[in-house]
Design a protein around this ligand. Structure first.
Ligand SMILES: NC(=O)c1ccc[n+]([C@@H]2O[C@H](COP(=O)([O-])OP(=O)(O)OC[C@H]3O[C@@H](n4cnc5c(N)ncnc54)[C@H](O)[C@@H]3O)[C@@H](O)[C@H]2O)c1
Length: 165
C-alpha cells in the first residue's frame, strides 16, 4: 500500500450527501479536523450538491460515481448511501484503487464483505467500515458477554438496540 507523506495528501470524497442525518457534512468536517482534505462529493440529488458546495466552498461535485472516479483526484471515498449500495459502489471504488470507508452496516452479507476485502488486497488499498459506535455501552456489554461466556468462536451475529430515536 502506498503511504501518504502527510495527512493533507488524503483527498476525501463522499458518495451520498443525504439530508436525513447530514452525515456527509459530519464525515468531511471530521476528516478536515484530522488534517485531511475534503475534495469531492458524489450525490444524485442536485439540491444536496448545492448544500455540499455551501458547506465546503469549491469542493468538486458529481452526480455519477463513474464520472467522479474518472475525473477526480480523490484517494479515499466514504460511502453514505443506502445499505444495499455499499457493496456495489465500494467494489467500483476499490477496483479503481481508491481507499474505502463505508458507513455502517459495512455490507449486507459475509460474502460481500469477503469480496471487498479481497478487492482491497488485490488493489493494495484499505477498506473499512465507520466504527463510530465501537465504544457504545451495548457493544461493550456484548463483547464482555461473549468473552466471559467463552463462546466467541461460535458467535456470528449480534443484535442490539439503543434508545433516543
Ligand atoms: N454512523 C451513524 O451513526 C449513521 C447515522 C446515519 C446514517 N448512517 C448510515 O449512512 C447510510 C446513509 O443513511 P442516511 O440516513 O444518511 O441516508 P440518506 O437517505 O439521508 O442519504 C443517502 C443519500 O445517498 C444518495 N444516493 C443514493 N444512491 C446514490 C448513488 N448511486 N450515487 C450517489 N448518491 C446516491 C441519495 O440521493 C441520498 O441523498 C446508511 O447506510 C446508514 O446506515 C450511519
Amino acid at each position: 500500500m502506498k503511504a501518504f507523506s502527510s495527512t493533507k495528501e488524503i483527498k476525501v470524497g463522499v458518495i451520498g450527501y443525504g439530508g436525513a442525518f447530514n452525515m456527509g457534512q459530519a464525515h468531511l468536517s471530521q476528516m478536515k479536523k484530522a488534517g485531511m482534505s475534503p475534495f469531492a462529493v458524489c450525490e444524485l440529488d442536485p439540491k444536496r450538491l448545492e448544500v455540499a458546495q455551501q458547506d465546503f466552498p469549491g469542493i468538486e461535485t458529481y452526480t455519477n460515481l463513474d464520472q467522479m472516479l474518472k475525473q477526480s483526484d480523490v484517494n479515499l471515498i466514504i460511502h453514505i448511501t443506502p445499505h444495499n449500495l455499499h457493496y456495489p459502489l465500494a467494489a467500483k471504488c476499490l477496483k479503481a484503487a481508491k481507499h474505502v470507508v463505508t458507513e455502517k452496516p459495512f455490507v449486507l452479507t459475509t460474502a460481500e464483505a469477503n469480496k471487498l476485502i479481497n478487492l482491497a488486497q488485490k488493489n493494495k488499498v484499505m477498506v473499512s467500515t465507520y466504527h463510530n459506535r465501537h465504544w457504545d455501552g451495548c457493544i461493550l456489554r456484548a463483547v464482555k458477554q461473549i468473552v466471559e461466556k467463552k463462546n466467541h468462536r461460535r458467535c456470528h451475529t449480534n443484535r442490539s438496540t439503543h434508545g433516543k430515536l
